[in-house]
Design a protein. Sequence first.
Length: 536
Amino acid sequence: MNGILSTRDCFAFIQARLGSTRFPQKILKSIPETSNTSVLDHIHNRLSTIFPKEQIVFLIPESDFDLITFLNKRNYQYFAGSESDVRDRYRKASIHYKAKHIFRLTGDNPFIDLESIRYLLEAMTIIPDTYYSLSMVGLPLGMGVECFSTESLLYETGEPIPERYTEHVSLHIKEFPDIHKQYRLHPPHLSPFTEVDLGPLRITVDDPKDYEMICKLWAELGEKDPFFSAKDVILFAKKNPKIFAINASVEQVTFQLPKVNRESKKVRIVYADPSIFGTGHWERCKSLSVFLEINGYDVALSLEPDSLSPNLPHILDLRENEFPLTNQFYIDNTNHLPTEPNSSFFLPNPVAPMFETDSISYFSSPLSTMDWNQVTLPGKVLVYAGNLNSEDSKQIDNFLLQFLNQKSKNDSHNINSVTRIGGSPPLDAKIEYLSRVSYTQFLREIQSAEFVLTYFGQTMMESAAKGKNVCLVGITPIHESLGKFAEQKMGIPYLGSLTSLNQITKFPDVFPSPNIKLVRDAHLKILKWLETIYES
């Protein structure tokens, strides 16, 4: 697949029915109890932040008329099929909707972890196999999902179908790892919590005790953030373990599956502390870990190197920090240029040789190459302001407000709307403000914008790669010099420093296409380096 995946190919299929034996009508229970938001509503609300609504489909029994009535009232997509053969429901739905990749969910898990879905999507763009099964281990029960290709779902062995396959959709995939490649990833965003025992955490609704616990959890976390994550649950559980004792004794149906033998090729990614160096290093290292896991490596993410294993391959995204280790790969370390076999720049830098005919190797999430079904809105300016304070945010806002809805000589460069992500809340209501967004929403915002104003960094690269009209501002002396470098070498307009914006009365007239080809191959260099180490 390697970056050609489209969100149009991916469907979220949620199997649901009202006739539960242990807890009838559980999927229509309200959370909280006094609300009109059912378990199914919570699932749909969460999935809607990632998938187009027409690609979120409830797969239900054709005789479940009360459920059909409910879904019609909510205007939710559904597909009705066999009540007893759930796998057949999935198969017919996948053919009906022409799905290529399926996210399988169940109607009793209201609080799926959205960040896990992000990394599963990233992994899906990399998987080279036609027949595959993909999931994450190390999540609280009920917060994960599984994925597989439609090719695997429809695969026929020619043997009689065991009854267990009709009720459990993907067992025929998991029980034959020699046919269907099994990928079991570790959630990179939860790497700081590997020591936490997840056994008592049941974030599902199979039983009245589950429902009681779920409602208590919503009161603690959902009232503050309706899309709270697995990380939030784990942090809460460390401080409040008694709440999770409510349903810890509820039994869970499990199956013994074949073990997948896998050669252990260990690697440690050491990233810069987000509280000191910002979140960029952490974000790109999580994506890198997914890429390496899909390629067969056992990855550990850490703030520190493993001093007890000096021969272990280490990938260091720590700026110029270095350690006495045998095998090190340097990311954006200006003491080690990309011309070296164990170094790569994830962002361009003036210290590296670069000519007009060169391509720039950079790294970003594989999702940045995906089609998010967003139409470009003429005149929309997207501003990424990071952690700018109120005064700096105000300077950017005032600069753009002078052009808002003002007819320019070049009609193609009229500014009709401004959306700012990050920084401090705006003083003018004309600026749409998003304090923070998920990465998938961030990509959708980029795709829908005609112009992007930001500072030198990852947003600049991803916007330029998508062909957006990008311009830069210098938020620090370092970013000022990098902005001038980007203008000179990449053709990206540099407006000036923040303090000089009040003197600029003209929005850029020309946004030339960057005169450097952007190539996402930095990760391939890391893979080649690792292969060399393990072959030696």
